[in-house]
Design a protein around this ligand. Structure first.
Ligand SMILES: NC(=O)C1=CN([C@@H]2O[C@H](COP(=O)(O)OP(=O)(O)OC[C@H]3O[C@@H](n4cnc5c(N)ncnc54)[C@H](O)[C@@H]3O)[C@@H](O)[C@H]2O)[C@@H](O)CC1
Ligand SMILES: [K+]
Length: 518
């Protein structure tokens, strides 16, 4: 599903009206009706319930007026508060205000002297607050009076449902520059807006309901919109069912080059991540002295001990052996826990241009390339890099704050510049392709900010590469399923106490949940 900026959504709305002849007021009516359906699904029968509806002057307010009318018709008590003077409303929003007034329904104005008191009383006795103050046309910050209103609504115990986007939120960034509604639910129209899927906007929006308002599919599926939200259906469609006459050779061989003294766990987690994501065979290549312990911990993974330095990291002498093993593998994971010795940096830089199999470069593999990222351009096969903001900061020589300011465009630039799939980890992981497409991941939770979580992802990604996935799909599907495994683990165990091993244990359940979620 595509994810749009405010300008892109506005253009789609405009084309729907001007090119396809769908009257704007029909779109508004559909928006309001769909919002009422969501409200009904959350609140149960509407008859006799009380709703407080906050209405702004733009089309978002117009949607709120449609909601008010239908809730009233279904027997609700509706308290409608306007943030502006009635005469400030124009166009379709004005038409809907007129209809509401002709139905002899009262309109309260927040700006009148007793406006705040009316709101205070309303909030004491309401089942739900409908926030239709601002939509995608919002810019900057609200004035103090509206700020006070928003703070009162946020402090009220009644659940808030935001229309299209929480008021006060910037649709293009997911940030707010002042007070902002914190919704329990958001009903958004046609397509999700960027600000609803990036943090902190995603948290402000609560549960997201994406509803159809009859916009033509050619507009909502236009390939001009380069951002997509990963969904269970979308990801599941990339997987073919296992053939009855399967054998392990079909599901690919993964070579994991990982681990050093003190970081054998990273190697283990990456290897097990590859197996849990379905690879047929996984071989772990690691410093020779660590082989016995790794082998004793994992029955299902083959191990290969390689020459090591005095400090217990893979030595330069391992390079040829790694290249030899690469010839027997379908995909490679390079980097988890290989350490940061200068010798490591050297052999990684030598290895990279010689790689001829699809590879995932992670963790210390990335650190070894800080200042030498251009080497990627010499690789002979597709590559995926999986940096967290700190690692990308070292690769780009850009401060972390700059990267976090615009995660989508930063990842997109990196993917374009280096011609490889770039997975920028963190809340709302972004997967960018060299062609300029971007996937945004909605799964995952703060409990996954725990050592070893990324090693599992690297293994899962290589696993899908080995199973024949195109690099961008391997990366996107692995990120989605890894996050889902984390969500399932958190649901069972809580965020604070879960560890990487728990994420690993829930990877099979994540696959199952994705398949069943269709
Ligand atoms: N055909 C369409 O365009 C449709 C639009 N829809 C709704 O329309 C919304 C977009 O409508 P609009 O473009 O009218 O935008 P909004 O409804 O977000 O309202 C913007 C209004 O608020 C004012 N404003 C912006 N920032 C402000 C600030 N900081 N303080 C005070 N006032 C501020 C603007 O000057 C403008 O008058 C969508 O979010 C959606 O809810 C839906 O009705 C479906 C159809
Ligand atoms: K809103």
């Amino acid at each position: 599903m595509r994810v749009v900026t405010a300008a892109e959504m506005k253009k789609i709305d405009q084309l729907a009206v001007e090119q396809y002849g769908i009257p704007g007021i029909i779109l508004m009516e559909n928006a309001g009706l769909r919002a009422v359906e969501v409200i009904e699904s959350l609140a149960g029968p509407i008859q006799g319930k009380t709703f407080t509806i906050l209405v702004g002057k733009g089309n978002n307010g117009g949607d709120g007026l449609v909601v008010a009318r239908h809730l009233h018709n279904k027997g609700a008590r509706v308290k409608l508060l306007l943030a502006v003077k009635p005469d400030d409303l124009q166009g379709d929003a004005r038409i809907n205000l007129n209809i509401w007034q002709k139905m002899s329904q009262p309109v309260f104005q927040i700006n009148q002297t007793n406006g705040i008191n009316v709101l205070k009383m309303a909030l004491l006795n309401t089942h739900m607050v409908v926030d239709a103050l601002f939509g995608t046309g919002f810019r900057g910050r609200v004035n103090d009076k509206l700020g006070q209103v928003m703070n009162m609504v946020n402090a009220s115990p009644a659940p808030v449902i935001s229309i299209d986007i929480p008021s006060g939120l910037e649709a293009d960034t997911g940030r707010s520059h002042g007070p902002c509604i914190r919704a329990a639910h958001t009903v958004t129209f046609g397509l999700p807006k960027v600000g609803l899927v990036l943090e902190p906007g995603a948290t402000y929006a609560g549960t997201l309901h994406i509803v159809d308002i009859s916009l033509p599919k050619v507009l909502t599926e236009s390939s001009e919109i380069y951002r997509q939200l990963l969904t269970a259906e979308g990801v599941a469609a990339w997987f073919a069912p296992r053939k009855p006459d399967s054998h392990k050779g079909i599901y690919g061989r993964v070579l994991v080059v990982a681990g050093c003294r003190g970081m054998v766990g990273a190697a283990r987690l990456a290897s097990m991540g590859a197996l849990r994501a379905g690879a047929g065979l996984v071989t772990l290549a690691l410093p020779g002295s660590l082989q016995p312990v790794a082998a004793s911990q994992m029955d299902e993974v083959m191990t290969l001990g390689l020459p090591e330095t005095g400090e217990g990291s893979l030595a330069g002498a391992a390079l040829d052996l790694i290249l030899e093993r690469c010839q027997q593998a379908d995909a490679l994971v390079l980097g988890p826990g290989i350490g940061t010795e200068p010798e490591t940096r050297q052999w990684v830089q030598e290895l990279l241009p010689q790689l001829a199999l699809p590879s995932v470069i992670d963790a210390d593999g990335l650190n070894a390339l800080a200042g030498a990222a251009e080497l990627w351009k010499q690789a002979k096969a597709p590559m995926i890099i999986t940096p967290h903001p700190g690692e990308l900061s070292r690769l780009l020589n850009t401060p972390v704050q700059e990267i976090q300011k615009d995660r989508i465009e930063t990842a997109r630039d990196a993917a374009h510049q280096w011609k490889l799939v770039t997975v920028l980890k963190g809340a709302g992981t972004v997967i960018a392709t060299p062609d300029g497409d971007v996937y945004i991941n909605p799964t995952g939770n703060p409990g996954m900010a725990t050592g070893g979580s990324g090693d599992i992802l690297a293994g899962m990604t290589a696993s899908l590469l080995a199973q024949g996935f195109q690099p961008e799909r391997a990366a996107a599907a692995a990120v989605y399923l890894h996050g889902l495994a984390g969500d399932l683990a958190a649901r069972e165990l809580g965020q604070a106490g879960m560890i990487a091993g728990d994420i690993l244990r829930y990877v099979p359940a994540a696959f199952k949940s994705m398949e069943e979620g269709i």
